[in-house]
Design a protein around this ligand. Structure first.
Ligand code: CP
Ligand code: NVA
Length: 305
């Protein structure tokens, strides 16, 4: 069984399936897990803002009979006031697990190496694994079998895109990724996902043409064009990414009945139009709800030992 949840790539196919199955069980029968983490405490380190992640981890701990302590950007000032190593060495004396949202992925690795309590990655510049699990749970609920499905990604080859690649590789889902030139997902992550995907039969296509990615896809996924920490590039990116907007024309190229997905927060009128995000094809609030269920499963598996 896994000891930390830093990346979908790190967990075995068995642990992946087990986590997804437990998420479904917890969603179906939440009362059964009401005391699963009684007296357990989660420290939540946030160096970036959040609605969904903050709410779903805190509410998740409360629903499991435990509690959570929020540490905001000005509290511990990781890397400035104290190193990830010293933070981990302190926190393990008081709490049962750590959830962290930060910039550099290396900080999460350093934190996990410093401490004997489990560490959960709640978004770095590189990865957003909890989001990807919730997204694939959402797709599974809608489509049943995930293998053979085609998921189109339009926009930036960012943290969410990276984690979706790793997750698609576990489930045999095909992905077609359309980004502007120079904004492709990182080549080492692509290589690892392709390697992982050999076993499950997933295939990946990379293109700079939004229509090529969308054509015949079962779901179309996009995210902000400027992630947290890239705010100063926002105006420049708006111009570069404009052809990658998910609008009704684009959705019309996908498979009939194709779903629209977004991790949120959305910038309406930029990466997606109101007509698409508010349409019956949109799964965005289901995805947000499923953050709660998958994270409760991860918490039970890691803190409930
Ligand atoms: N999708 C997501 O992680 O949302 P927050 O940034 O609001 O947590
Ligand atoms: N790519 C976005 C995801 C937000 C949940 C960001 O990192 O800001």
């Amino acid at each position: 069984m896994f000891e930390n949840f830093l990346s979908v790539h790190d967990i075995s196919p068995y642990d992946f399936t087990h986590t997804m199955d437990l998420s479904i069980q917890i969603k179906k029968n939440p009362k059964h897990y009401r005391t699963a983490l009684r007296n357990k405490i989660l420290a939540m380190i946030f160096q970036k803002p959040s609605l969904r992640t903050r709410m779903t981890f805190e509410v998740g701990m409360l629903q499991l009979g435990g509690s959570a302590v929020y540490l905001g950007p000005s509290d511990i000032q990781m890397g400035k006031r104290e190193t990830p190593y010293d933070i981990g060495k302190n926190l393990e004396r008081w709490v049962d697990g750590i959830m962290i949202r930060t910039f550099e992925h290396q900080n999460v690795i350093d934190l996990a190496e410093s401490t004997k309590i489990p560490v959960i990655n709640a978004l770095t510049d590189l990865l957003h694994p909890c989001q990807a699990l919730a997204d694939f749970l959402t797709l599974k609920e809608k489509k049943g079998d995930l293998s053979g499905l085609t998921l189109a990604w339009l926009g930036d080859g960012n943290n969410v895109c990276h984690s979706l690649l790793y997750t698609a590789a576990k489930t045999g889902t095909k992905m077609r990724i359309a980004t502007p030139q120079g904004y492709e997902p990182k080549s080492n992550i692509v290589k690892q996902a392709e390697e992982d995907g050999k076993e499950s039969g997933s295939e990946f296509v990379f293109t700079n043409d939004p229509s090529e990615a969308a054509k015949g896809a079962d779901a179309v996924y996009t995210d902000t064009w400027a992630s947290m920490g890239q705010e100063n590039e926002r105006e420049e990116r708006k111009k570069i990414f404009a052809p990658f907007q998910v609008n009704e024309n684009l959705m019309a190229q996908a498979s009939p009945g194709a779903f629209f997905m977004h991790c949120l927060p959305a910038h309406r009128g930029e990466e997606v139009t109101d007509a698409v995000i508010d349409s019956p094809a949109s799964l965005v609030y289901e995805q947000a709800e499923n953050r709660l269920h998958v994270q409760k499963a991860i918490l039970v598996l890691l803190l409930g030992k």
